[in-house]
Design a protein around this ligand. Structure first.
Ligand SMILES: Cc1ncc(COP(=O)(O)O)c(C=O)c1O
Length: 404
């Protein structure tokens, strides 16, 4: 992978014709190290957030050995890249063949489910295995999330008791999990979800070996100021102590966004400028799905190979390269008024669910990757002072869990 000091250096040296993902692997390692040091349990990287090899290697280098995988392709990717990894197949709906191959060919022992039909599939596809860790996903409120993940998955509080009791019969280890929604802005969402889980466990009167608080940990996008990540960890730690689970029960989390969001930006070239509108070579079907469809507030910056921009700014819509009219990022994005064809727009904070979502629709979407050494827009983990290039993080002592 080519390395440049900054995205502007890249623009000046290469005038890239394709979109470029500008990546900062040390920011992923820093985030993963923070979770490893501060989360009082096992950290599973949610591969779907960004399965790029440089991300996986940075996460692995930080000591993460557990991975939340949600498809057969993700199982194969992680199992073949890291033979010592522990894989948790956390998609609540899987084909029988996917379960069978994961269990028999890839050694996966951890499976999620949210209904009796999926339990039956897992039991049948693993030949009635006796060594399964089965994790029942509960439906919880997503009202504090920037990106809600409700409705699709999760046993309701009413149904979860029977499901837990039946799952217990087939599970060597039994867990509960939930997802409070992505970009969760309030630690109390985890408190409420863990309280709900406790009620369900007490009503079902089952022993619980694992509590998995899922993902949802936030990043600092423009206009969103989440509390410090340690506030989330403190609430989870405190609530876990009070849960009606085995003394030596394990606590897991599955961060995706929080490990990768701030590590990448996208350099897109302006192919045409009209008043109030820029036509870029990347868009909704490429790396900018969330900017288009979820109106996510990504930060932007204009880059020009030769010369300076005017100080005056204007509001712009950004159009992607396909012919589809929904290939538009409405913004409005504030950029120099004189931005023109051949300039570049850098879209920041796009390491999570950016490259991972890109399609090749309309023959577009091919993206190059280059490493850059500048600091990201914002960080939940500390700044990179320009003078030293040193990472300043503020890890705390990993606390000892109950029973350890
Ligand atoms: C089961 C599961 N775990 C973890 C994650 C990662 O969530 P986040 O990126 O919000 O941390 C997701 C995201 O969809 C998920 O579905």
């Amino acid at each position: 992978m080519l390395t440049f000091h900054t995205p502007l250096d890249l623009v000046r040296e290469r005038l890239p014709e394709k979109p470029v993902a500008c990546v900062r692997p040390e920011r992923v390692s820093l985030a993963a190290s923070w979770f490893q040091e501060n989360f009082p349990g096992e950290v599973l990287y949610a591969v779907k957030a960004n399965p790029s090899p440089w991300v996986l290697d940075a996460v692995y280098a930080a000591g993460v050995r557990w991975f939340d995988v949600a498809s057969e392709a993700e199982v194969d990717l992680i199992a073949s890249r890291y033979p010592d990894a522990t894989l948790a197949f956390m998609h609540p709906v899987k084909s029988r063949k996917a379960i069978e191959r994961a269990y028999f060919d890839r050694g996966v022992r951890i499976f999620a489910l949210d209904c009796l039909a999926e339990l039956e599939k897992i039991v049948a596809a693993t030949g009635g295995a006796q060594d399964l860790t089965l994790v029942v996903r509960l439906a919880v409120s997503n009202s504090d999330a920037g990106y809600a993940l409700t409705d699709k998955f999760g046993a309701t509080e009413r149904d979860a008791g029977v499901l837990l009791q039946k799952t217990r019969r087939f599970a060597d280890c039994l867990g509960v999990s939930f997802h409070v929604g992505s970009q969760c802005m309030s630690p109390s969402a985890y408190r409420d979800a863990m309280a709900l889980a406790s009620r369900v466990i007490l009503r079902a009167a089952v022993t619980i070996d694992v509590v998995d608080v899922g993902g949802g940990f936030p990043s600092a996008y423009p206009g969103m100021s989440p509390p410090d990540l340690s506030a989330f960890v403190d609430v989870i730690d405190e609530c876990f102590e009070d849960m009606p689970v085995l003394m030596n029960a394990d606590l897991w989390c599955e961060p995706g966004r929080a490990l990768v969001a701030e590590s990448s930006s996208i350099l897109a070239r302006v192919e045409l400028a009209k008043p109030g509108a820029l036509y870029l070579n990347d868009g909704a079907y490429g790396n900018l799905f969330d900017a288009a469809h979820c109106k996510w507030p990504f930060p932007v910056k204009a880059l020009r190979a030769n010369g300076e921009f005017a100080e005056e700014t204007s509001e712009f819509k950004l159009y992607g390269p396909t012919c589809d009219s929904i290939d538009v990022m409405e913004g409005p994005y504030i950029l120099p008024s004189d931005i023109r064809e051949g300039d570049y727009v850098e879209i920041g904070m796009i390491g999570a669910y950016g490259v991972a979502m890109a399609t090749r629709f309309n023959g577009c979407g091919e993206t190059d990757t280059a490493e850059v050494k500048d600091a990201p827009w914002t960080s939940m983990y500390g700044q990179l002072p320009a003078s030293t290039g040193r990472v300043l993080a503020f890890p705390r002592q990993k606390r000892l869990r109950k029973g350890t």
